[in-house]
Each structure stands twice: as C-alpha cells, then as structure tokens.
Design a protein around this ligand. Sequence first.
Ligand SMILES: [Zn+2]
Ligand SMILES: [Zn+2]
Length: 865
Amino acid sequence: MEKAELRRMFSAQPDQFYNVQVLRNMGFERRQCPKCKGWFWSMGKETCGDTNCEGAYRFIGGRDLGWDFLQAVEKWEKFFEKHKHKVVEPYPIVAKWRPDLFFVIASIADFQPWVLKGIAEPPANPLVVSQPCLRFNDLDNVGRTGRHLTQFFMGGQHAFNLRDYWMNETLGFGARFLMEELKIPQEELTYKEDVWAGGGNFGPCIEAFAHGLEIVNHVFMQFEDTPDGNYKPMDMRVVDTGWGLERVAWYASAKPNTYEAIFPNVAKLRRDLKLEVDWEGQAKFWREIGLYDVSEGAHMPEWVRKELDRMQPLMGLYTILDHTRALAFALADGAIPSNVGGGYNLRNLLRRSFTINRKHKFGLSVADLIKEHAKYMGKRFKNLRELPDVDDIVKLEEQRYDETRTNGRKLVLNLLETGKLKSKLVELYESHGMDPETVAQLATEKGQKVEVPEDFYIKLKEKGKGGDKETVEVDRHLPETEPLFHKIPVSEEFEALVTWSQGKELVLDQSNFYPTSGGQDHDTGMLTWGKEGKAKVVKVSKEGKAILHRLDKEAPAVGTRVKGRVDVVRRMDLARHHTAVHVVNGAAVKVLGSHIWQAGANKTTERARLDITHYKAVTPAEMREIEKVANQVVLENHKVRKMEMNRTAAEQKFGFRIYQGGAVPGAKLNIIHIPGHDAEACGGTHVDYTGEIGLIKLAGASRIQDGVVRLELIAGMRSLEKMWKLEDTLNDAAVEAKTEPQDLAKAVRKLTIRVKSLTKGGGAGTEGIKLQGKVGDVQWGVVDMPFKLMENSAQRILKDTGNKAVVLVNREGGVVAVSTGEISALKLAQQICAKLGGDAGGNEKLARGGGREPDKAEQVLGKLF
Ligand SMILES: [Zn+2]
Ligand SMILES: [Zn+2]
C-alpha cells in the first residue's frame, strides 16, 4: 500500500492505530495542523511542531545544559538503563551480518533479519543501543541544513514482541527523558502521527518535536504486506524507536547547528581557519536554514541564498568534519575506499573532503581529522580504538585523486569548450571517478562556472547507483538432507535413504558428502546398494536444504537404502586448504592490520585462494611475514575447535569478525575457532589440529580489483609438490647453463652480458652501436654495453671511421675515450666525467672514468661537441 493511503487509513481510526492513553493522561489532545493537515497531539500548541510548520529551530540560543556529544549519549543510555532497558554494545557500522547492506542505516538493522524473523534471540529485551549509522542519500544537505549528517547515531529503543511494552510504554519512557533530562517544557512538546513503511513491513509511527526539531520517531512495526496486495499482522511486532542522538546533544546545547554541538574540535578549527561567524547577527539564518532541505526543493529567498553563499567555507568545514567522522567509523570496522560497493561511497567522502579542503585552502590534514574523531569517539565506542594505517590510506587515496584529476582535467576542459559539461556530470562521476565538486573547481580554475545541481547525490541514488549488495536464492524444493560431515569422521561409512532421484541425480535423507559451498569444492566417493548396485559420486551440490549427488550412472529409485563412502584423500586435501585459508586470513590481519577482511575464498584439492580487503599491493616482504606467522600457527599445532553456537552468543563471544565469509543464515552458527588466532562462522570441513595442514606456502599475490588482493596458497603435500616443481625447474635451468643450481644466478648474469654484447655488436666491433654525433674529429655515442667491452668497441670505431678520437658513455655512467694521440683522450674523459659528477684516469691515447649521473650523458656530450 502507498504511504499516503496508509496515512489516511490510520488517521481515520486513531483509536485503533494511535491509541496513546499515556499522552491523554498527561493532558495532550489530538488536533489537526492547519499548515500541513497532519494529525498531532499537544497541550495547546496549534501547529504540529515540525520544522516547516514551526518555521524555525526555535531552541537555538536557548538554555545550554552543558553536554557535549558523548555526555548526551551517556545521559540517554543511563536514563533508559535506570528504566528497565538493557544498554547493548553498538554493532559495527559495517553490516557484515547483512547479505543486503554494506553499512548499518538504522539501529533496527542490527536485528534484521534473524531476530525479526524470530530465528535468533535478541541480546536483551527491551534494549537500547547507541548505534552508529551511515547513509549517503543526504550528501547534498550535509553541512548546510544544520542537521544533516552522513554518519549519525540512532539511539534505538527496541522491544521485540513484548506484551507489556507497546505504544504507551514507548512514549511514556520517551516523554520522561524529553522532559526530565532534556528539560523540555511539556507544553512545547508535540507528537505527530505518521506511518512508517519499509521492506514489506509497516505500522504507525509518532514523531516527537520540540521547538521545531524532531528528536525521536516512535515506530511500531506491526503489519506485513501479503502477496495478494493485502496485509496481515506480523508474527513479531517490534518497537523500533529511533532517537536522533546528535539532535539530543544539539537541543541540549542550543548551539546554532548540530555540527557546533557534536564536534568537539569545531570551535578551534574555526579559529585556526579564521572562519569567525557573527552568531548573534546571523541568528535568523541559523534558525531558518533548516527549512531549505535540498531534497524538498523549497524556494529560497534572496537573503538566505546570499547568506548561504557567504557561509560556504564554514559549511565546507562542517562537511569535512562529518565525512571524516564517517570515515573513522567505517575504516575502524574494516571497510576501505575502493571503486566498488560500499568502498565507492567511502572514496567519495574522501574526495569530497580533498576538494573542499583545497577549494577553501584550509590546508587541513584529512588523516589527522579522522584520527581526532577516533580519539574522541573511542572513549565510548571501542571499535574506534583500533584504526588501520589512516595516514597511508589517505595518502594513497589523495594520490589517486590527483591522478584522476590530472586525467580528467583534459576531459573536463573539452566538455567545457563544447558546453556539454553540465549534462556529463553523472558520467564523469560514475565512469571517471570525478565528483561534481572537483569538476566545478576545475571549471572555476578556467574562469567558468558550472552549477552542480543541489540534489546531485539524491538524483544519483534515485538512478540506482550507490550500491546495495545482491542476494540470489535458488530453490527447487528438493527434500531436506541432514548433513553428517560435522558429526561423523570422514572415513566412516554411512547409511541413508534415497528421498529423491532423477536421471543420474539423487538426494538422500542424510549424507556425509560435502557439497560445493562456502568456496570449498565438493567431496567425491562411492555409493553402494543392494547386491550389485554401485556408483561413483562425481559431483555434490547444494540446493536449498538438499544435498544433491550426481553419480556416474543411473541413480537408484526413491526408497532405496544406500551406503556411502567419501574419498578420504580428497576430503583431507580440501580440509587442509580450507583450514589454511583461515590461518592465513588470521595471519594477514596480524601482519597487515585490522582492516583486513576476507572478500572471497576458494578451496580446491590443489590450492586455495583468499581474497582480502587491502588498499594497496602486498609486498614480497609482507608475503613472507604472513607465511611465517601462518606456519608458526601450524607448528604450534592448535586444536581447531568446531562448535555450534547461538548466533547472538557467538557474536558476543567472538565479535563480528566471525562473518569473514559474509552473512551466514540461521539461528545457529558453526564456529571454527583457532584459539588466539582466528574465529569464523564457517560451514566448511576442517582438519582437527593445525599441524595437519602441513607447510603453507603462498604462491602469489595480486591486486584483482581496487581494494582487494588475492593470495594464492598451497598446503599439505601440495606445497611439497610445489617445492619439487620449483626444484626441478631450477635443476633443469642449471643443466642448460652448465652450472650448479646455487651458481645459476651468476651464470645467467654472464649469459645475459654475452647475449647483449653479441646483439649490440660490442664484442665483435662496431655493429649495433648507435653513434649520436660527430663534431670535428671526435665521434661520440651513448651505448648500452658493459664497461669492459667499451674499450674494444671504441678502438674499433676509431680505426673504422678514421676519426681522431672516440668517446663512449654507457647507461651506468662508465666513460671510455680513445684517441690517435692528436687529441688528448685523458682530457676528453676528464672533461666529460666532471660534468657527470665523476672522475677519469688514463693517458693521451686511452682514458677511462665514470660519473654518478649517467642520465645526463646525452645532454653533456651533445653540449660539449
Ligand atoms: Zn504541520
Ligand atoms: Zn571457512
């Protein structure tokens, strides 16, 4: 149903949908707003109280309770803790447990889908959580409306299916916080009725306003859409109340805007950057700027427009502060800037920050700002205490930004000339990574003005860019199979019943055959039945909850009892590689930093690959370090602990790093725990002790996409085979070079020199030497040949050409001069070597020398002669 339709339906039956006795008891009455026609509750206020109907943020300049942001968070948490709620630790901002989201966009996302589906238990009930969230749909408004942010805290006040906790309880606790803690006079409070809908669920909601600011939205998720276009009550009704914690802090401080209220370093930065503002004189502007939300496209009076232009640098500072705080949270949780998915949004935040920083000549260190946020926020939000190498990440990103600008500049200038720039802003952003602010700045440098639409990012979002993950579900409704591979040893024969069969495929009621899944290849083996029946299992896959076996011949009929045996050697090869992937992943985190997450993995009998999130290439030295740490874990022979745990318990015990393989469905998780090293939710098969893995050899590392490095690794006997292969190659090469393997490098170097001398003609004489010039009686050239061959060549040239002197300089800066004696070879050589930063020795006929700056050779010789 459409929201407008729902709104009509709900407000027509207020007793059913907005049954708020608690407000009535306090003396509130239901009214209709003369301005927006919405229904609301108040103690006498005539309008609904939202920013537009109220006409301004009227609390600005009022009473300052003296709270900074973290104190506001603490007051809010303490209040609810005192009143029956458990304060749970915030979830990471990077939504690793969600198959459909990169970043948490609301506190309820913490509990979707598992808790809301009734599959997993909530960590407490009722609960509150100060949840960091990240949204990119309001980018155009950030820094200017006084209230918009990309990264914000939603104070989630949640109750899941509690009989005695619904509208009255929710609003009751909320009103007490607003009045007792935030000191809002009761007659200034208004409660506006609305509807909330999202993800196929909907329900009534009630927003609380004070002095033109919405502080909290009480959402009551209660209905779900049905496929026939109708709706029904949800099995689990949820209180999904979201407090704007920045707004709590803002209201409490009565500052001119939220940025002044929540960023502790903002006043100092303003002073340092000489962005002094006349708050008194501009009071009207700051109180009313909130009316001009870009997405609503309200007409802006001339005086506001002017003031807005004048405030650009200050608003730029606010924007950078917002963006760097968002980056602090995202980087701390392991997200990194890249050109795909959520990484794309982060790169955009960085680039916008660089652009604004340069445009207003702030000279701020973006990396330092990120670290400052982390330091302050880290007092309450533990994740922020461990940041990756922010300096390195920002430096690299700024280099890439500069490259993009350099490459894009030409394109922009062309488009400027043809007048097509404005229509290409989206393309420049999406295909060339140039944010519109950068484009506009390039245009300004050329003395032209390009208007960036104020709602650029909103439009972009509507177009569908911005990246949600994709989920694919396949289900042929085959009968369910009970997996045995986590229960019985691989070598054990098992019995099972055929529950589905078609051609060469069958499904069993239970099976020890591991199907291809989680990046691990399937098992193979044998099935036998009756007296004669026998078939090889050649392929095993998963469909829904069924394990589908493919045989090398016709499958037995449904109802047949079969015996199964898994190929142990193959399974162990797979298990070794799989456990090795976990070990290497843990080692990579230790060596490269906490931003390392598994981005993908694949395990076969031959080798495994592990894709990790990393913002640059992995060096050979880092590879060795990872190998070393990994093989130490092997040698320490840890028990690989395999346990089934409740989802919430596992998250609380091991943290969200368990979601290395992405979101895992279900109430229970298989946890693979290598104590002190790594813990992951993983459905694969593993060895029992790390010692069984054998040698782990990294066979290669390559950047497969922006922000992702692929590590190839080999374990067990396969790594021995790999070493043998290398040894064979080395031996063969040594035989060819007529030397011993340990002398191979030396022999090859000799051969190279010889080959070069042959092709360049150095050994034989003058063929192949390119002589650049001849001035008077001196012939000269810069050559590509070893020093010891140069004298010979020079003599040959001297003889062949009949000149009086020949000077050769090679690429390493070696200088040889030969002469018939009429011109001094020594003087020639000395002259040249001096210019190349070196020295020469010899006599009138032959001199040798060298210089430290061989690159200058051509220039020097060209000038001399
Ligand atoms: Zn209104
Ligand atoms: Zn795994």
